[in-house]
Design a binder for this molecule. Structure first.
Ligand SMILES: [Zn+2]
Length: 448
């Protein structure tokens, strides 16, 4: 048993039930769990380790609900910078077909490091291509080495071009092998317990890259193990047209018909949703991962976040893959979420505190977790601290809103599961320079 005491923080933003913001705050951590939170003067003065946070603000670690870490290898390619989703994908599929196990591992290290430095402590990742012997373990190893709380999705594509799907046949897998590997991965790595560091999700890629049968059988398999399901949905009008033409239904109705609604299902994007579809998501407690930067970058549209919040759809925040963002910066994503809703609904749409809530509690709810997203007694010790004495915040009148309004920065401190991952603004225990060197080499080889 070891204790870690964070004290003298200028402010502790708890996101607890009362949404307390505690001045001169402290947090006592025992092993991997928060034991006490309050004013510094009310907490013990001794611990195995003490970190003084004068001039810093503590927040719950943020939860990223959708990503493709391998895409850090294909950021801002000239050929994809100005393309809509379908042609963007068709350009990238042949490059992604060159992925190898080491490429998945190194790109996951880079993307995860970027997430952690920007305030994320729990992330989903959807890996849906498995060429050249790639396995989910290649990215899981990176998360375990760094110490990030991870929800890896065993993704899949089975509907190749010759069957009317979007991806070329060489990147799709046989459905029997997909399901067998989903089963293997769940049995080997899924941990349903509180404070779990690894929960597997089952995640066929999208309605236009898998068959109806695979959606059905993936859902049944996930339900039989009690794991969550995840996919892309209602991202573009092209997808809506595809579903209408091929299946005679809009995307949400199509997914509803194959059993994909419930508190254990989440959809990335959720842009093109009719009001009755949003109501269906709310009634069934189905979650949405909102990806504002990707949606702007690909010109996909503005997700109806205000309406979803109003009627009670669970909405979390997500950076999406690094080929459509092209960054894995969580604080920046919070900023984009706030700004994008204001483009449509004016300056009273989404406040800074509401987007921070979406990035913490919102994401935890989408992932069906009540042990993260809050700085409170009994919760997982996942938290970040931001240095307030930075040029970006100088003169800020509301320090809680500053990280959203004043621009994204790196965190000063990140603790995940009671372990310090970032201190003094630097990753602890990772030789980032050599990782970045190898990452650049692999990216260059894949671009050919
Ligand atoms: Zn995505």
């Amino acid at each position: 048993m070891s204790t870690l005491l964070l004290r003298n923080a200028s402010l502790v933003v708890t996101m607890d039930e009362q949404r307390r913001e505690i001045q001169d705050g402290a947090v006592l951590i025992r092993d991997n769990v928060i034991e006490a939170v309050g004013p510094t003067s009310d907490l013990p003065t001794q611990a195995d380790r003490i970190i003084n946070l004068r001039g810093k603000m503590v927040l719950p670690g943020m939860v990223n609900t959708h990503h493709h870490l391998y895409q850090t290898l294909t950021r801002c390619l000239p050929s994809t910078q100005n393309a809509p989703l379908f042609s963007w994908l068709q350009t990238l599929y042949p490059i992604w077909a060159k992925l190898k196990p080491e490429a998945v591992y190194v790109s996951a290290l880079v993307g995860l490091a970027e997430l952690v430095l920007s305030g994320c402590t729990t992330t989903v990742d959807q890996l849906y291509l498995f060429p050249n012997g790639v396995r989910i373990e290649d990215e899981l190893r990176a998360a375990q080495e760094l110490g990030v709380r991870f929800h890896p999705c065993r993704g899949s594509m089975s509907l190749g071009e010759s069957e009317g799907g979007l991806p070329p046949d060489e990147v799709v897998e046989d459905e029997g092998s997909i399901l067998a590997d989903c089963r293997r991965v769940i049995e080997a790595h899924h941990d349903p317990d509180p404070y779990s560091m690894c929960r597997i999700m089952i995640a066929p890629c999208s309605p236009f890259s898998v068959t109806t049968q695979l959606l059905r059988s993936s859902r049944e398999l996930a339900q039989s193990y009690g794991v969550q399901c995840h996919t892309h949905l209602a991202e573009t009008l092209d997808e809506e047209e595809f579903c209408q033409e091929k299946y005679g239904r809009r995307p949400v109705q199509y997914m509803a018909d194959v059993g994909w609604l419930g508190d254990d299902v989440s959809y990335a994007h959720g842009i093109h949703l009719a009001d009755e579809e949003m109501k269906l998501l709310a009634e069934t407690d189905t979650g949405v991962a909102h990806c504002p930067t990707s949606n702007m970058r690909l010109g996909s549209g503005i997700a109806p976040v205000m309406r979803m919040r109003e009627i009670g759809v669970k909405v979390g925040l997500a950076v999406d893959g690094s080929a459509s963002n092209d960054s894995s910066h969580m604080l920046n994503e919070a900023r984009m979420a706030l700004l994008l809703q204001r483009v449509k609904h004016g300056p009273t749409a989404l406040s800074a505190r509401q987007v921070l809530e979406m990035a913490t509690l919102g994401g935890a709810a989408v992932l069906g977790r009540d042990d993260i997203g809050t700085v409170a007694t009994g919760k997982a010790a996942d938290l970040i601290a931001i240095d307030l004495n930075r040029i970006e915040y100088s003169g800020a009148g509301d320090i809680v809103a500053a990280p959203v309004f004043c621009g994204p920065v790196s965190v000063e401190l990140s603790i995940i599961d009671g372990r310090v991952l970032v201190e003094g603004g630097r990753l602890v225990g990772l030789d980032l320079d050599s990782v970045l060197r190898r990452h650049s080499e692999i990216a260059s080889q894949m671009r050919g």
